[in-house]
Design a binder for this molecule. Sequence first.
Ligand code: FES
Length: 199
Amino acid sequence: MANEVNHGRRRFLAGSTALIGGVGVVVTAIPFIESWLPSARAKSAAAPVTVDISKIEQGQMVRYGWRGLPVFIVNRTQEQLAGLPAQDSRLKDPKSENTDQQPKYCQNEYRSIKPEWLVVIGICTHLGCVPDYKGEVKPEPFDPNWKGGFYCPCHKSRYDMSARVYDGVPAPANLVVPPYHFVDDTHVQIGVDPNGASA
Ligand code: FES
């Protein structure tokens, strides 16, 4: 019994010594850690984000975070896609000619790599509110011919299902499409172009 106690005590002493030694290491290491922590944090905040899109149902929008920004991923239905061309005459930039708003590989009617998948940053280009997803193709109080899209509750800007902004609203530009690519059929990586270039 005494042996056990002693063993325990020796273990405790040994542990205490190790801990004290450890404290010494921690104390001397702090200036170094402080010098690299911010850049590690910054790196992690800027890192690409890979998301599983396999559970996103048709017509559903799911929100992810990337660099502190909300990124909307929408699995667009055929009905939503079919309504897009008819919106062109009502939009500020139907052909996505403002090249700041999307990468070149998304400068098309769908503003995407695959027609069914929309990936956009959910920040209104007016004053930065987060628009609501209004995906249903049905008359809305703000538009009797609504074909689905996004509605900003702050000052009533509207965007279609390609996140292209309508005429006659305060937002000046289409929602931003971030760099992204498909890792495989069910995973999207946000922050990296299809050619592997990081944003
Ligand atoms: S912030 Fe969206 S309309 Fe003003």
